[in-house]
Ligand binder design. Structure first.
Ligand code: DQA
Length: 149
């Protein structure tokens, strides 16, 4: 499978940004980890990160016909970007929304996702493993379940 791993604003600062919430691993480390996970399952993962809403929308549009699935952490756009919601609805590429932290244990404004309605599902609170869990779901759907660890 070909995965697009799409991360939104401030996720480029993983490792230094609020490590008590998001952990000590860097964004680059996350990308290498997901590329390895994909390769171990006969797949490929391309990592894209942007702090700009329009660039994220462009990446979703460009995924059509190129990627089999999107794993997206829209960052704070999760909570208010109807434009990203519409972009997901406009393409035929399934998406799972991932949040590193458990947004439901945090401020009230993080409890609402406007983008999840266009996704297959949402994973939150599992740390970086959530990205692999989302990829594993898509692999299982394709009859290629991830190896048990
Ligand atoms: C986040 C949660 C969002 O509320 C926040 O704005 C982020 C990261 C997460 O991964 O837990 O930037 O999406």
């Amino acid at each position: 499978m070909k995965f697009l791993i799409l991360n939104g604003p401030n996720l480029n600062l993983l490792g230094s940004r609020e490590p008590g919430i998001y952990g000590a691993n860097t964004y680059e480390g996350l990308c290498r980890r997901l590329e390895s996970f994909a390769a171990a399952h006969g797949s490929a993962a391309a990592c894209v990160q942007s702090n700009h809403e329009g660039a994220i929308i462009d990446a979703i549009h460009a995924a059509q016909g190129v990627y089999d699935a999107i794993v997206m952490n829209p960052g704070a756009f999760t909570h208010y970007s109807y434009a990203i919601l519409d972009a997901l609805k406009a393409v035929d590429v399934p998406c799972i929304e991932v949040h590193i932290s458990n947004v439901h244990k945090r401020e009230e404004f993080r409890h609402k996702s406007v983008t999840a309605a266009a996704c297959v599902g949402q994973i939150c609170g599992l740390g970086l493993y959530g990205y692999e869990a989302a990829m594993g779901y898509f692999l299982a759907q394709r009859g290629n379940p991830p190896a048990q660890t």
